[in-house]
Design a protein around this ligand. Structure first.
Ligand code: PEP
Ligand code: MG
Length: 589
């Protein structure tokens, strides 16, 4: 390896979207955005323009069908649905008719009308304050550009001879799949987040990816040497020889480590002294189910049902919801899926909700649905109808008082009796749980535990409310400390309160999936961990390598520490001593 003395090393930090380390050369994917110039046409050109539009739509459909069939072979039917959505838009008769009508009445060229009309949808989606919606807007943009490109008869270059790491401004699901026909070693993009479909597909294709890197695509050239670390989110362009050998060693270490993790995939999460933990996954999209199962999860500890509201102007009907919940329950069966009722408001999408000065302290989660009993009943009936296999549990978000649980249970009983009177089957013994993520609920966890079958700790919100730090505000992000003694002591309090009432206590906040916290949480007595699927095998390995008795001792020591720094130092040194190959995320606070 000869070091290029002329190019300085540049380090980027982004979002680790798909795990793995790759070292290779850059394939810079510059997607020329086709420009659609507005042109007034004569009436006798209308037919020609409409024909041009129809041909381009047909060609785009053919291209996408080809990509779809490749995707289905490579990653299976489930995940390929992402691409089907684009094809469905293309086949939407209403859209085509309105495009043709506008060409006729406005006497404008087809390229311009496509750009303007589809661009409107895109703008609407971009206006939503929601990452997922923004990602979908880019999928729509991709479709628009594909049609225009086909009208202009230009082509994208997506083939390369040598194995390479694709660097791009952004990648659509179609790009991600197309590139995987080459030897792609990884993806690094300016834009995109963990929920982008490109991220989900990269994980399914097992290609390391780091997204949200800012302006990387403008700062690299074709053929530059590059390292991407999909565990930590670090990308190094023009790495020194020293960095290259450091990452080569890290990569080998991880590969060996992952090979070991595969061996425990089907084994239970049990400690050396036989203390059993339930290890499940958090999911939002159907496309993730296969991956979750591949990772050896025991079920789903949190299905954020509000994900089905994305892209919708109103809440789906009971029947539509039933179809979704049924599908998830069937695919997860015989394992359990905990469906959390809609948690809208705060920073999340919310059809028909209102503007608030303080949304995180406002109309959010269960509060909205206790006020909208009709909508709540619809969701509860849909969940109940999907529960005939007896593998669904229901969980309520943003609970702040026990009265809310009592009211929710009354509404659940009404939903049950409505179904009974229509002789519709459901699991009459369905289990219900409360999320404990608001300090008032934590302090009264014993009272709440009396009313439910289980508690699930939402540390993402619990941390923000305990420490009075907005979880999405960069200015105060340094104060958002999941390892703060107040958070740890509150977790202990909730677990003890649940156990006193003989109820199991789980955790579905991000802390459950942080390897640094695993031994501590086991020691505090947590019964269930629900984690992001990528980290699941690592958490299982830690659980299987420790003794419950040791974890309890560690927890009692941590409970005596006074500051976040002390806690972190203590846990890091424990882990480094006992798990030399551990992957510790340096972003821990
Ligand atoms: C939490 O608050 O920890 C949680 C799991 O819920 P969400 O992140 O969806 O608010
Ligand atoms: Mg929450």
């Amino acid at each position: 390896m000869i070091e290029d003395k002329h190019k300085p090393e540049i380090i980027f930090r982004g979002i680790p979207a798909s795990p793995g380390i790759s070292i290779g050369k850059v394939f810079l994917y510059v997607k020329e955005i086709p420009t659609a110039v507005e042109r007034i046409i004569k009436p006798d050109e209308v037919e020609n323009e409409i024909q041009k539009l129809r041909n381009a739509v047909k060609k785009s459909e053919k291209e996408l069908l080809k990509i779809l069939s490749f995707a289905q072979q490579k990653i299976g039917e489930g995940k390929s649905k992402i691409l089907e959505a684009q094809i469905m838009i293309l086949r939407d008769q209403f859209l085509l008719e309105s495009l043709e009508k506008r060409i006729k009445t406005e006497l404008r060229n087809a390229e311009y009308i496509v750009s303007d009309e589809i661009g409107k949808y895109e703008k609407m989606m971009l206006m939503a304050q929601d990452d997922y919606m923004h990602e979908r807007a880019h999928d729509v943009d991709d479709l628009k550009n594909r049609i225009i490109r086909n009208m202009q008869q230009t082509k994208l270059i997506s083939k390369f001879e040598e194995a390479a790491i694709v660097v791009a401004h952004s990648l659509t699901p179609a790009d991600t799949v197309i590139f995987s026909r080459n030897t792609v070693l990884g993806y690094a993009t300016d834009r995109g987040g963990i929920t982008s479909h490109a991220a989900i597909l990269s994980r399914a294709l097992k290609i390391p990816a780091v997204l949200g890197l800012g302006d990387i695509s403008r700062r690299v050239s074709h053929g530059d040497k590059i390292i991407i670390d999909g565990y930590s989110g670090i990308v190094i362009v023009n790495p020194s020889l020293e960095q290259q050998s450091k990452y080569q060693a890290k990569k080998e270490k991880y590969l060996q480590h992952e090979a070991k993790l595969v061996q425990i995939k089907n084994l239970p999460a049990v400690t050396l002294d036989n203390h059993k933990i339930e290890l499940s996954a958090n999911i939002e999209f159907e496309e993730e189910i296969e991956y979750v199962q591949m990772q050896g999860s025991q079920g789903v500890g949190l299905f954020r049902s509000e994900s089905i509201l994305i892209n919708k102007e109103s809440i789906p009907t009971e029947e539509e919801q039933y179809q979704v919940y049924k599908l998830f329950a069937e695919r997860i069966y015989p394992n359990r899926i905990i469906i959390r009722t809609f948690d809208v408001g705060g920073d999340k999408i919310a059809p028909n909700t209102i503007e608030e000065a303080n949304p995180f302290l406002g109309w959010r989660g269960i509060r909205i649905f206790l006020d909208h009993k009709d909508l709540f009943l619809e969701q509860l009936r849909a969940i109940l109808r999907a529960s005939t296999r007896k593998n669904i549990a229901i969980m309520f978000p943003m609970v702040s008082t026990v009265e809310e649980i009592i009211k929710a249970k009354e509404i659940l009983e009404i939903a049950k009796s409505q179904l009974k009177s229509k002789k519709i089957k459901f699991d009459s013994n369905i289990k219900i749980g409360a999320m404990i993520e608001v300090p008032s609920a934590a302090v009264t966890a014993d009272t709440i535990a009396k009313e439910v079958d289980f508690l699930s700790i939402g540390t993402n919100d619990l941390t923000q409310y305990l420490l009075a730090v907005d979880r999405g505000n960069n200015v105060v992000s340094g104060l958002y400390q999941e390892f703060h003694p107040s958070v740890i002591r509150t977790i202990k309090y909730i677990i003890d309160a649940g156990h006193k009432e003989n109820k199991w206590v789980g955790m579905c906040g991000e802390l459950a999936g942080n390897p640094l916290a695993t031994v501590l949480l086991v020691g505090l007595g947590l019964d269930e961990f629900s984690v992001i699927p990528t980290i699941l095998p690592e958490i299982k390995r830690i659980i299987r390598s420790i003794k419950y008795s040791d974890a309890k001792l560690l927890a009692s020591e941590v409970l005596n520490l006074a500051t976040t720094d002390e806690v972190l130092k203590f846990l890091r040194s424990y882990l480094q001593k006992n798990f030399k190959d551990i992957i510790i995320n340096n972003n821990n606070k």
